[in-house]
Design a protein around this ligand. Structure first.
Ligand SMILES: O=C(O)[C@H](O)[C@@H](O)[C@H](O)[C@H](O)COP(=O)(O)O
Length: 399
């Protein structure tokens, strides 16, 4: 363990080093040495040592007195110093970059230098902190309370950035959309199962059902850790063609490993109000009841009017925040009686993926992704998660 005088000298060293670096960083050499004319001025007695080259202050061309001392060469019998006149031709002021590429290069260099300097001075501060800590350890026998800097260096809890990432992926056709959707789903599943042993995924109805059937029948996965919920559901019997669960049961018939028990379905014999309350109870089995359910993935569709789940433009349900699941009995999209997740739950998901394909979606995609119109699908902005839009070229044609 170093003694206090050594550590003191270390801290002083850091002080000096930091001052020096700051001075260098703040005074970039104005001119660049662009031409050295040498003149042999051999003298016997060594003249006062001049500053080294990079410190040479700006010298006007007409002032030949300024020069630098060149130490004697080893093979020089007289071992004499030579003096070199250094002419700094101040380069012409840099011309503003003309082309876009030049501007880009200049911007990149400026940024590079900025970060290089900042990183260097940050590291210096950190080393200085180390010196002070050693001092503290020696004098007090204990480390100083963690300063803000220390805390930010990994001692504190690094919360994930609260900034939602929105990604728009446009693909050639339905097959490419299916490939991308499969990749995204399997990535989310792998992360969820490896971290939490279960993958909680919310399903929507509509064209998504056929897309998932196409994907899942070609995927070999350990489905036992997958739990399927519904982002919304029609309150009709499961054998009714409008039932989303009924449609998934048919679509997944070819995947025997996916069993009915893996689905958390509604009770279709209840009214919409009762079915919504009942679904909340069912969610409480899989999510802690005192917190908003946090899905690993919500697979969402977008209707031609910009609705998603069973949340329709201008409907009071858009403002519903007191329940996880709400009933709707006047759905503009038939059938009228449904239940739906509400925005507090939707926007608490780790990841939301929209799949929108076909020309009919293009005008609405433009409004939502191009113009940010506050339509239901645009309001899906996970507070601690991301949203990905997977589109085919037709749906993205107005962007
Ligand atoms: O009706 C449902 O059950 C939905 O969940 C609904 O929100 C659907 O996802 C959109 O209407 C898009 O449906 P399409 O993809 O079929 O256009």
């Amino acid at each position: 363990m170093a003694n206090s005088s050594t550590v003191m000298s270390v801290a002083e060293e850091f002080e000096k080093l930091e001052v020096e670096v700051e001075s260098i960083l703040s005074t970039e050499p104005k001119g660049e040495v662009s031409g050295i004319e040498t003149m042999d001025t051999t003298t016997s007695d060594p003249p006062p040592v001049e500053p080294i080259l990079t410190d040479v202050p700006k010298v006007e061309k007409s002032d030949p007195k300024k020069s630098i001392l060149i130490p004697p060469r080893k093979d020089d019998p007289n071992r004499t110093f030579k003096r070199k006149k250094v002419v700094i031709n101040n380069p012409p002021p840099p011309q503003p970059p003309t082309s876009f590429e030049d501007r880009q290069v200049q911007r990149r260099n400026t940024l590079h230098n900025f970060y290089r300097r900042r990183r260097f001075s940050q590291d210096l501060r950190m080393f200085r902190g180390l010196g002070e800590t050693f001092l503290h350890l020696l004098e007090q026998g204990s480390a100083p309370p963690p300063s803000r800097g220390w805390k930010n260096r990994g001692r504190g809890t690094h919360c994930k950035s609260a900034v939602m990432v929105k990604q728009i992926i446009t693909l050639e056709d339905d097959n490419k959309v299916a490939d991308e959707l499969r990749t995204q789903i399997l990535n989310a599943a792998e992360e969820a199962i490896s971290s939490r042993n279960v993958f909680k995924i919310g399903l929507s109805g509509g064209s998504l059902i056929g897309q998932l059937a196409k994907i899942f029948t070609k995927v070999s996965a350990d489905w036992s850790n997958w739990k399927f919920f519904f982002c919304d559901e029609r309150v009709v019997p499961f054998d009714n063609s409008d039932s989303t669960f009924g449609a998934y049961k048919k679509a997944f018939a070819g995947i025997p490993e996916i069993t009915d028990e893996q689905f958390v379905a509604i009770n279709p014999d209840l009214s919409a109000e009762q079915a919504a309350k009942d679904y909340i109870k069912k969610l409480s089995i899989y999510f802690p009841p005192n917190d908003i359910p946090r899905f690993d993935l919500l697979l969402l569709g977008m209707g031609p009017d910009g609705h998603t789940c069973s949340l329709f433009p201008g409907h009071p349900l858009l403002q519903e925040t007191s329940v996880w699941v709400a009933p709707i009995t006047d759905s503009p999209k038939p059938p009228p009686s449904r239940i739906t997740l509400t925005f507090p739950v939707i926007n608490n998901t780790r990841l939301a993926i929209f799949v929108a394909t076909g020309e009919s979606k293009a005008p609405m995609i433009k409004k939502i992704l191009g113009d940010d119109e506050p339509l239901p699908a645009q309001l899906v902005q996970p507070t601690k998660g991301d949203v990905i839009w997977i589109l085919d070229k037709a749906a993205a044609s107005n962007l």
